[in-house]
Ligand binder design. Structure first.
Ligand SMILES: Nc1nc2c(ncn2[C@@H]2O[C@H](COP(=O)(O)OP(=O)(O)OP(=O)(O)O)[C@@H](O)[C@H]2O)c(=O)[nH]1
Ligand SMILES: [Mg+2]
Length: 445
């Protein structure tokens, strides 16, 4: 592992910091909880199958830090009777774990390392795309997205109403409030089933975090600006206000987040709800892939822009991880990895040979469904339904190994499950491939 020149923490322990992100509900908090649980149970063989992790003797979660990831809360929820999933999180936090290693007496490798898992909303990561945009680019993208299905149908008339605004006219506050309310609704509906679209910019509109209020400085795309003659819009006009607010958002909200956090990441994990996107079909799959391409753009081009420099300063490993695969039969879980591979083939091709290692994974952080056979010997899954707490048996849809080139693939709906009963902090949570993912991120090879 080439981490020897890492910064040290206050306790002089070399730090490895890994970003963990994914859109709301992708499974970040549950995966971080499962990772800490695996590391805490190192002594009990939680990671014995991974030679790269074999030297880890002990992992200890650190509670007493500012903005510490709330492992206590997640454990309380998962191990309660009946168990529930960790509550949804709305801001960033960091899980700090000290790792003690078994070393031979002559080994020069550190005997202790600090692992930091930086949990932040994937919605914010999507704002990467708009850092290079002017307000006209922002408008142009939204005109394109809103004029196509399914967004055209999610917000009927919204594009026309925005296009009818004369950027030179003074802002009408009531009209602004009405349109921003429709805008928020369009973003929320785009994100939710049945659409499950990913590129719902600006990212903090739906997921503001602690220090941003979208209503305080609202901005909307103004299609009429794209045909304007180029003269400056007067103060207080739609054009001037929306442009100023957009630039404020880009410079004072989005950019500082990347500047203060990204230069310090050694690796980045991006969780994707591939099963969710498959339930919604072609447009959700296309939008999610476009979002991933936009996010990984800084790695694709060897440009000297600040963004590329910032990202490539440290980040060497990127994992794209399909989550919640316990909703599938074991044979389909393996096929899902190949499907992910086929889905993201072009992206992995583009990044091959660049100075990052991109790897795809399909994991279940906490397996909630158990494989069984029905009376005729056919495989099925049993689990407990999340809202009704009823025990259910279901036959999940089978998964093909290849993604059709036009992404025209959809699977049937799947039930949402409650966590399994009987989880205990002192034993490894049942999961799939959490250890393989960890090995890729921090393993010593
Ligand atoms: N079956 C199963 N469901 C999971 C698993 N991980 C997450 N889920 C489901 O996904 C939901 C969201 O998981 P979280 O871990 O809270 O996801 P998150 O990305 O932290 O979500 P936010 O904090 O809202 O952004 C949970 O409430 C569960 O319903 C898993 O490993 N197996
Ligand atoms: Mg969370």
């Amino acid at each position: 592992m080439a981490h020897e020149d890492r910064p040290k923490s206050a306790t002089s322990c070399p730090v490895m910091r890994i970003g963990i992100t994914g859109l709301s509900g992708a499974g970040k908090s549950t995966l971080i909880t499962a990772i800490i649980n695996h590391l805490e149970n190192a002594r009990r063989g939680a990671m014995d199958a991974q030679p790269g992790l074999a030297a880890i003797r002990h992992g200890r979660w650190q509670r007493e830090y500012e903005r510490a990831f709330d492992y206590d809360h997640a454990l309380t929820a998962l191990t309660a009777e009946p168990p529930s999933w960790p509550e949804s999180t709305r801001d960033w936090s960091i899980a700090r774990i000290t790792l003690d290693y078994d070393r031979r007496w002559y080994s020069l490798r550190p005997r202790r390392r600090c692992l930091e898992l930086f949990d932040y909303p994937g919605e914010w990561l999507l704002d990467l795309s708009l850092l290079d945009w002017g307000f006209d680019d922002y408008t142009r993208h939204w005109v394109d997205w809103l004029s196509r299905s399914p967004r055209r149908h999610i917000a009927p008339g919204l594009l026309d109403d925005l296009a009818a605004i004369d950027p030179g006219e003074p802002v009408d506050e009531a009209r602004m409030r009405e349109l921003t309310a429709r805008w928020s609704m369009m973003l929320a509906d785009s994100r939710l089933p049945p659409h499950r679209l990913s590129r719902n910019l600006p990212g903090r509109w739906l997921m503001p975090g602690g220090d941003y209020d979208p209503e305080a400085m609202p901005f909307l795309p103004l299609p009429a600006m794209l045909h304007a003659t180029g003269q400056d819009d007067p103060d207080g006009s739609w054009g001037q206000v929306c442009r100023t607010h957009f630039e404020y958002y880009r410079e004072k909200i989005a950019r500082p987040f990347f500047e203060s956090h990204f230069g310090r990441l050694d690796a980045q994990v991006i969780l994707v709800d591939l099963l969710g996107a498959l339930r919604s079909g072609q447009s959700a799959l296309a939008d999610m892939r476009a979002a991933l391409e936009a996010i990984l753009e800084p790695f694709r081009y060897r440009s000297e822009g600040w963004l590329s420099n910032l990202f490539r300063r440290r980040i060497r490993r990127v994992a794209i991880v399909a989550t919640q695969i316990d909703h599938l039969l074991p044979a389909d879980q393996a096929r899902l990895t190949r499907l992910l591979d086929s889905y993201l083939f072009e992206l992995t091709q583009q990044l091959a040979g660049k100075d990052i290692e991109l790897r795809l994974f399909a994991v279940s952080a906490v397996t909630a469904a158990q494989p069984r056979e029905d009376a005729r010997g056919r495989p099925m899954l049993v689990g407990v339904e999340k809202s009704s707490w009823q025990k259910i048996a279901f036959t999940p849809p089978s998964i093909p190994e290849q993604m059709p080139h036009d992404l025209n693939l959809a699977i049937d709906d799947l039930p949402t499950l409650a966590p399994p009963a009987g989880l205990d902090r002192a034993r490894t949570f049942p999961g799939r491939r959490v250890d393989t993912l960890l090995d890729f991120l921090i393993g010593e090879h």
